[in-house]
Ligand binder design. Structure first.
Ligand SMILES: [Zn+2]
Length: 65
């Protein structure tokens, strides 16, 4: 799967990444505080980091051949 297709695939499901219904109100720092204090956001952020790291490792190994 080329990078272009992978990015398109991830973009298709980006709306699923919302942790809960509703919007985040308030200033920048209150939103950041909310994102770092809510377990649902932290789980999704951790998942995104793991998927991103796995993808980076995959492409790094594939390109080093
Ligand atoms: Zn939230």
């Amino acid at each position: 799967m080329s990078n272009k297709y992978l990015v398109s695939f991830v973009a298709l499901f980006s709306s699923v990444a919302h942790a809960h219904p509703g919007e985040h109100h308030g200033g920048f720092f209150s939103v950041i505080g909310h994102l770092l204090s809510e377990p649902d956001h932290l789980i999704l952020a951790l998942l995104a980091v793991v998927i991103g790291a796995a993808g980076a490792l995959y492409f790094r190994k594939r390109n080093s051949r």
